[in-house]
Ligand binder design. Structure first.
Ligand code: SAM
Length: 294
């Protein structure tokens, strides 16, 4: 029986056959270890019948782990050759993925993940999870774009550079806490789910990786309008992270008096700094600003 996942030999053979030499620019480090793939899929809790969004499927190492469960995958890949070849790779190793020609369990969107829109996912079943081994240099913008685009996801698990993973999962008051931590927290609590050895990649990257994941909160924290204003406040606060909020938030909230009034009405200290505020406190300021305008 043909192996269902890609090992080191298959990854290299496939790359050679496609004429792909991995580029740093696109963060192309391919997973060559089926055990790691199965660990990611297990930690993400992927189940038969789900529809997973995968960013950067590459040669298909993780994609095959996802489809192996019986889940469907909508994969977004920027590299033309990789995007074009993925269906053939999966069809050769797991023909059952295409057994239902009307509703194949794999579809590929050839695009920069930063440019995808809701329409790119409309043809498939609504996505339930985000699972990806993200390209290092753009992992945070890609993650934020997908979370904002697909607020109904039930959760996600991504592999990122270790420092980035710790920043995403950071709590207020810690050194790593920043705007990605605050914004990610909007969608649910994030936690580091595991660490990953460099040796499971080809080529071996110069940095360590971690798995960081979340499960969506039962109730959304706020409306879409509230989220937008909250994120504007987060951006402004962390753009001047050494300044006190009464200074840093003026570009969004207005002059000094109004800014102090709104922050105080929200129950926060106008002399606090961005790094001290949890996402719910930014949300409270957004709500106080909205009701002060009414
Ligand atoms: N998922 C594969 C694996 O685990 O072996 C490959 C992961 S590799 C770290 C990152 C992948 O993201 C590459 O296939 C790369 O071509 C793709 N990529 C890089 N930048 C991208 C972007 N902006 N949008 C979509 N895909 C991108």
């Amino acid at each position: 029986e043909a192996p269902a996942l890609l090992g080191p030999a298959q990854v290299r053979e496939l790359a050679e056959r496609l004429g792909v030499s991995p580029t740093k620019k696109l963060g192309q480090n391919f997973v060559i270890d089926p055990n790691t793939v199965r660990k990611i899929v297990r930690l993400a809790g992927v189940q038969r019948g789900e529809r997973v969004v995968e960013i950067g499927p590459g040669l298909g190492s993780l994609t095959l782990g996802l489809t192996e469960t019986g889940a469907g995958v909508t994969a977004v890949e920027i590299d033309h050759r990789l995007a074009a070849e993925l269906p053939a790779t999966v069809a050769a190793m797991q023909p059952e993925v295409f057994a239902d020609a009307e509703r194949p369990r794999l579809s590929v969107v050839r695009s920069d993940a930063l440019d995808v829109t809701a329409e790119d996912f409309a043809a498939d079943a609504a996505p339930t999870k985000l699972v990806a081994n993200l390209p290092y240099n753009v992992s945070v913008p890609i993650l934020m774009h997908l979370l904002e685009l697909l607020p109904d996801l039930r959760g996600g698990l991504v592999m990122v550079q270790a420092e980035v993973g710790y920043r995403i999962a950071a709590q207020p008051g810690s050194k790593e806490y920043g705007s990605p931590s605050a914004k990610a927290a909007w969608y649910g609590p994030w936690r580091i789910a595991g660490t990953v050895s460099r040796k499971i990649f080809w080529p071996v990257p110069g940095v360590d990786s971690v798995l960081v994941g979340y499960e969506r909160r039962d109730e959304p924290r706020g409306t879409e309008a509230e989220r937008r204003l909250t994120f504007e406040l987060v951006n402004a606060a962390f753009a001047q992270r050494r300044k006190m909020l009464r200074q840093a938030l003026q570009p969004v909230l207005g002059g000094f008096d109004r800014t102090v009034g709104v922050i105080t009405a929200a129950g926060s200290n106008p002399a606090a700094r961005a790094e001290e505020l949890a996402i719910d406190e930014f949300l409270a300021i957004a709500r106080a600003a909205a009701s002060a305008t009414e």
